[in-house]
Write a protein that binds this ligand. Structure first.
Ligand code: GAP
Length: 582
């Protein structure tokens, strides 16, 4: 389907448009209009149903601005960058790997800057805008930087979060204390993320502000080979595009049950296999056709700094295959990094069936030395030694240091401990959970849903959205604007709204034009009030895709529409299980 055609409908009919239009728009920012908001709500609600209601995830909502230290720990300050090249003539900036890809038709994401510079030189690639020479590539950090507070020095450095994930990692302890979950469990967040993309492009596909739906699934890394519910999905077929196939000239998508892919080691572990399968269920439920879905394994150069194996979910569109979600096995990278930087214990205690007596090596504080050094802050130092006991033993063994912030000072704590072997009744052990992360982008999904829903027939254009996703559920039309029909139609509109059904009332133009307007924005059902309604209390109920029509008693409409919107019954077969069709 032609992307321009969809964008035209989106802008003309109120799904979305460029933000700040009256000032010429801002690259990479879009407003969602009333229809876009409603469609996005449906996309989010279905995802929430799967990940929160069915899977039992703990949904939270954390700020979009976070202090610098969070992103130092996560690695984003050091590594969240893209290669940028500037044109020496027109001074425009470009994402180097994208212009190479456009020139050579080859994905070069993740290659080191020297290799990208060499490709630009060897292939004679020039500025795509003016043909000027391109400067050597430099890295550009994608985070939007800001500051918190208003001190004379300008406040504390902070960033708009580039992913919702970090809010969940830093809230990990609080979830442990408040919800008392057992591994494996997931924390969920749906919210905005920000990336100062070098070259936003392709409508909603690469923007600077977007909504993510992310699940951080925490698990015992030693059990990565057994997911508690993997058996329920192991026979589900997946359309896989593994690394090996991508590296072949004529690589193909391989259809294979999730269980076989995991058993053969194509997918690293059953957790990834399980969540890829959920992704399949989700995409089919929002109307993406099976043959337009594939799961592509990231090549080693593409993987994020924290990931051991990553599978992207891609949907085929007029722009080619578009990544709408990533599934990364992040190991214990996140919690370990936040432990190191925050100094807080982010482990989970796993009790043994029976306590064990063990000889353990402990960091024992030298209380005298602590008192002398820290005076009233000695309690803080003791707390640190308790919390980081195992780490202190390790650094002492390795002859290294471990600094703590006690009072206002950073102090190496190793001189204040002694490592002793002590006999201890051990009730369990502390582990740092590993993480598997399904991460979805809502805007990209919304675009793909629209692309696959848009149908063109000889005389009409319509959006074949699943009824439960359609921004508006039903149109109500008086056939003519007289003889009491508008009053009757208004009463029907009110009854449907009272029943919780979204309605659009349209009394303008011919009935054909009104149907066409509703078809174009995906309204799945239309109710026409005509002269017969006055006689026998029935209306015409029309279904969008088939254009089939049936007479239905007015009083039954809320029930009939409720059934049809739930995807049960159909207009042609008698509107489902309603009394009027018996
Ligand atoms: N926490 C992991 C993470 O953020 P990602 O692959 O960078 O992983 C996840 O992003 C999803 O967010 C992508 O699959 C995509 O759908 C969406 N996304 C990322 N950058 C985007 C952008 N600039 N514009 C629109 N969506 C984007």
């Amino acid at each position: 389907m032609d992307a321009d055609k969809i964008m035209d409908i989106c802008v003309r009919r109120g799904f979305l448009w460029r933000s700040c239009e009256i000032y010429g728009g801002v690259g990479g920012f879009y407003d969602l209009g009333p229809l876009g908001v409603a469609l996005e709500r449906g996309i989010k609600d279905l995802w929430r149903e799967l990940f929160v209601v069915q899977e039992g995830g703990y949904e939270i909502d954390t700020p979009t601005i976070m202090p610098e230290v969070v992103f130092v720990a996560s690695g984003h300050v050091a590594k969240f960058h893209d290669p940028l090249t500037d044109c020496a003539s027109c001074k425009k900036s470009f994402r180097a790997d994208h212009i190479i890809e456009e020139a050579m038709g080859r994905n070069v994401e993740g290659l080191p800057t020297e290799e990208l510079d060499a490709l630009i030189a060897d292939e004679g690639i020039v500025c795509p805008e003016c043909g000027g020479a391109l400067a050597p590539i430099r890295y550009f950090n994608l985070m939007f930087r800001t500051s918190i507070g208003s001190t004379s020095t300008g406040g504390a450095t902070a960033y708009a979060r580039p992913e919702t994930a970090q809010g969940m990692f830093v809230a990990f302890n609080r979830i442990m204390r408040t919800m008392r979950p057992r591994l494996p469990f997931s924390i969920i967040q749906i919210g905005k993320a920000y990336r100062n993309e070098i070259s936003p492009r392709q409508g909603l596909l690469r923007v600077r502000e977007f909504t993510q739906m992310e699940a951080e699934v925490f698990l015992d890394g030693r059990n990565i080979g057994t997911h508690p519910r993997f058996d329920t999905v192991r026979d589900e077929t997946l359309r896989l595009f593994p690394r090996e196939e991508q590296l072949k000239q004529d690589g193909v998508i391989v259809e294979m049950p999730a269980g076989e892919a995991v058993d053969k080691g194509i997918i690293d572990n059953p957790y990834l296999g399980y969540y890829l399968t959920l992704s399949k269920f989700y995409l089919l439920a929002i109307g993406i056709p099976w043959e337009a879905i594939r799961f592509r394994q990231q090549l080693p150069d593409e993987k994020a700094h924290y990931s051991r194996d990553t599978w992207d979910v891609e949907i085929e569109t007029s722009y080619g295959w578009v990544e709408i979600a990533g599934h990364a096995y992040r190991t214990d990278y996140d919690l370990t990094s936040h432990t190191r930087v925050s100094g807080k214990d982010l482990t989970v205690f796993l009790p043994y069936d029976e306590p064990k007596v063990e000889i353990v090596r402990k960091a024992v504080p030298d209380k005298g030395a602590l008192g002398k050094q820290f005076k009233s802050a000695a309690k803080e130092a003791l707390e640190f030694i308790k919390e980081r006991n195992a780490d202190l033993v390790k650094v002492k063994d390795d002859g290294k240091s471990l600094e703590a912030k006690i009072g206002d000072e950073m102090v190496d704590m190793v001189p204040f401990i002694e490592v002793r072997e002590v006999e201890e009744k051990v009730a369990g052990e502390h582990i740092v959970p590993h993480v598997v992360e399904p991460s979805y982008g809502v805007g990209r999904i919304l675009w793909c849903v629209l692309e696959h829903a848009l149908k063109e027939e000889d005389d009409r254009t319509y959006l074949a959205l699943a009824p439960h996703l359609a921004p508006i559920s039903c149109g109500v039309f008086p056939l003519v604007n007289r003889d009491g029909l508008p009053e009757l139609a208004k009463a029907i509109e009110k009854a449907l709204r009272d029943a919780g059904i979204d309605v659009i009332y349209d009394a303008g133009g011919s009935i054909g034009r009104r149907y066409a307007r509703c078809d174009e924005i995906g309204v799945p059902f239309g109710v026409t009030v005509d002269a017969q309604t006055l006689d026998d209390g029935t209306v015409t109920l029309r279904e969008r895709d088939s254009k089939k029509q049936e007479r239905v008693p007015v009083d039954d409409l809320p029930l009939v529409l409720g059934v049809l919107l739930a995807g049960e019954g159909d207009v042609e077969a008698g509107c489902g299980p309603c009394a009027g069709c018996e």
